[in-house]
Write a protein that binds this ligand. Structure first.
Ligand SMILES: Nc1ncnc2c1ncn2[C@@H]1O[C@H](COP(=O)(O)OP(=O)(O)OP(=O)(O)O)[C@@H](O)[C@H]1O
Ligand SMILES: [Mg+2]
Length: 233
């Protein structure tokens, strides 16, 4: 594992205009994450966690500061370049799974590889192998509405990891699951990430989930802090 900084955020500011009133969501946020490291991000509702994930994936842009992922400067890219960057390098996992309802489980996962232009004959074997690893291949032809929450989240994890992204961003991935299912899914996620030395930034409200990561950081009033020892949530 390399110890060089893989995700580098330098002095980020992000503000929104709320009916003419400026709201500073991120203030002078700097953060370094090494390749293969997992980092949990805690913070109250509205503290800017999703905003930070969106900036790292190039969906949103900071008003000031620099964003480097694997030495690629997102802040120097145009929107099209950022879209291509996101497709290739980022995997997203959401709290409410966000599967496409009109596609089967298998098609939801295949879609990521089709977008990335993988030859058609390479797609199915790869999807099958990952679905088997996540124990959902027997549900391959079901639609999301025909799957339990835990099954939907495993499909969503497969969709996020199938192109072996270097960075996985997870926004409360187990927030909508019972504790036992959430715990088991989280363990599987960490195991799959280790296999490819992928880097994880995990937003959560749960200290237990946060403790599964190598490091914990918090966002408070727009400022980012490393968790200190006396931290209680
Ligand atoms: N597009 C937008 N326009 C204006 N304000 C926005 C926009 N997106 C987010 N905000 C504001 O920025 C702040 C941070 O939002 P963000 O979604 O990052 O919070 P969060 O920490 O993810 O919260 P939660 O835990 O509820 O998901 C909030 O006050 C929100 O209202
Ligand atoms: Mg959020």
């Amino acid at each position: 594992m390399t110890t060089t900084n893989f995700i580098c955020l330098e002095h980020l500011n992000r503000q929104y205009d709320d009916a003419g009133v400026k709201q500073l969501v991120l203030q002078d946020v700097s953060l370094n994450i090494a390749q293969g490291e997992s980092v949990a991000l805690l913070g109250r509702s509205g503290s800017g966690k999703s905003t930070l994930l969106n900036i790292i994936s190039g969906i949103d842009m900071p008003d000031a500061g620099k964003v480097l992922v694997d030495d690629l400067d997102l802040t120097a890219m145009n929107e099209h370049e950022r879209t291509l960057f996101r497709r290739e390098h980022i995997g997203f996992i959401y709290q409410f799974f966000n599967l496409v309802p009109s596609l089967t489980a298998r098609e939801n996962i295949e879609f990521t590889l089709e977008l990335n232009g993988l030859p058609a004959n390479e797609i199915f074997p790869r999807v099958k192998a990952l679905m088997e690893e996540l124990d959902i291949f027997d549900k391959a032809d079901r639609y999301p509405a025909q799957l339990s929450g835990g099954e939907q989240q495993r499909v969503a994890i497969a969709r996020a990891l199938i192109h072996q992204p270097k960075v996985v961003l997870a926004d409360e991935p187990t927030g909508n699951l019972d504790a036992r299912t959430g715990h088991s899914i989280l363990q599987t996620l960490h195991k799959l990430l280790k296999e490819h030395n992928s880097t994880l930034l995990l937003v959560t409200h749960s200290l237990e989930v946060a403790n599964s990561a190598d490091r914990i950081i918090t966002l408070e009033n727009g400022y980012l802090k490393e968790r200190d020892s006396g931290f209680a949530w």
